[in-house]
Design a protein around this ligand. Structure first.
Ligand code: FE2
Length: 440
């Protein structure tokens, strides 16, 4: 940024207006020219209308004999006539061949510059004539400030306009004004007015620059936001697809687990009931939602490994042989192996593997002891036992909840986690009816 721009930005803007980046310089110039063009065109129509009125007044002055008493009135008439003719010519020129790439030609720029120079020069000459008749410089001030307010010119462009008019104005009034005291006053006033008008032009120009940069910044941020939204929508879509795929794989394996149970009337609905008991315990302990999801999934899938156990062993009504029992005891590991292929089940693999561990270390498959057994596996072990004891088997009838509580208390610290046994007893005393509803 040049020293001049820094100075103006510091004095006029209170901050750095910034340079228009090269890649949007053309767009800025185009916007600036178009804005100045439409404003100049509107002013030109107003100028034509006002000048017609002034011409009528000039004709009245002529009839009253003022033109003969002072030749200035005749010159004022000429300036007023030119203020009709020149804008009309400019408007006609700009409308000729309008359809042929209008926006891509330099016509708007030509119109803006021609009209700005014409209005300021006309008002300068009018002021010089008026100086002769009334000793006034009002029209000069109006012409200069009209252009300053209505157009957003670049600093050097506006400086050129004001400088030329200022020099003509100073030379003109020096020629026509004979009173040195009045002349000195007009020198001072004219100089101050022109300097202030140029500062006004600068303020408006840099305000326009600031607005343009802000607009581009907003457009840029809007674009980035839209891109981020698109990315988010795409990610969300992929996530939905993944969730659907997950749901599908989950549904398949859950259906498989339930289908396995349904083969045997004695185990039909076992997993669903285990999940309900286990979830009641989890809620009683205020476990997290994440843990409750794991508990539900593990409850449904804890015996999925039995899919690989022959029916002759699964449905045997007699005591299993050592070999048969060995095969039966392999179901937690088989279940872990089956579920290890499923992404959604990776967090519940330890629960499936260890749901037959005992608190005293006498369980299977790894003989883990006490706190070494995953907490949720210990929890499901109790829910599993509760349902097993309250369900009929080929070799015995279903037990009652009172028998279950006795068994749990008897085995607290050996087969079961004593804390979880106490939790279930506490749960039974407060939600007895809820639990009994699930009893078959
Ligand atoms: Fe099991």
């Amino acid at each position: 940024m040049s020293l001049k721009n820094k100075l103006f930005s510091f004095i006029l803007m209170g901050h750095t207006p910034g340079k228009i980046p090269d890649n949007i310089q053309d767009e800025f110039n185009h916007e600036l020219i178009n804005m100045n063009f439409y404003r100049s065109k509107n002013i030109s129509l107003v100028t034509i209308f006002l000048s017609v009125i002034l011409i009528f007044i000039d004709i009245i002055f002529r009839q009253e004999g003022l033109w003969a008493s002072s030749p200035g009135y005749k010159y004022l008439f000429y300036t007023h006539v030119s203020m009709v003719i020149v804008p009309v010519i400019l408007v006609v020129l700009i409308n000729i061949d309008k359809k042929s790439h209008f926006k891509h030609t330099r016509k708007p720029l030509f119109f803006v510059m021609a009209f700005a120079y014409f209005i300021t020069l006309n008002s300068t000459f009018t002021a010089i004539i008026d100086q002769r008749i009334h000793g006034e410089i009002t029209v000069f001030v109006i012409g200069v400030y009209l252009i300053a307010v209505m157009n957003h010119f670049k600093p050097l462009t506006s400086l050129g306009i004001y400088l030329i008019n200022y020099l003509i104005f100073i030379i003109g009034i020096t020629i026509v004004q004979e009173n040195p005291a009045i002349l000195r006053g007009h020198y001072a006033n004219g100089t101050i007015l022109v300097v202030v008008a140029w500062f006004l032009s600068l303020i408006l120009y840099y305000a326009k620059v600031k607005d343009f940069l802000s607009k581009k910044m907003i457009e840029h941020q809007k674009g980035e936001l839209e891109s981020a939204n698109q990315l988010l929508r795409a990610t969300n879509h992929k996530l939905q697809e993944s969730l659907s795929a997950l749901d599908e794989s989950q549904n398949i394996i859950f259906t498989l687990a339930l289908a396995l149970e349904s083969k045997d009337p004695y185990t039909h609905g076992h997993s669903e009931r285990v999940s309900k008991y286990a979830l009641e315990i989890a809620r009683h302990l205020n476990l997290s939602e994440s843990d409750q999801i794991k508990i539900y999934q593990a409850s449904i899938l804890h015996d999925i490994g039995k899919i690989g156990i022959p029916d002759s062993i699964l449905k045997s009504s007699s005591t299993l042989t050592i070999e048969e029992w060995s095969v039966m005891k392999s179901h937690p590991e088989r279940g872990e192996a089956i579920c290890s292929k499923l992404n959604f089940a990776k967090d519940i693999l330890p629960i499936i593997r260890h749901h037959h561990e005992r608190y005293d270390g006498e369980g299977y498959p790894d003989g883990l002891r006490g706190e070494h057994i995953p907490f949720l596996a210990r929890l499901i072990s109790i829910a599993d036992t509760v349902d097993a004891m309250t369900s009929s088997r080929p070799y015995r009838s279903a037990g009652t909840f009172e028998q279950v509580l006795e068994e749990l208390q008897r085995c607290a610290g050996t087969q079961f986690d004593p804390f979880l046994v106490q939790t279930f007893i506490s749960l039974f005393s407060t939600k007895k009816n809820n639990l009994l509803v699930q009893e078959r």
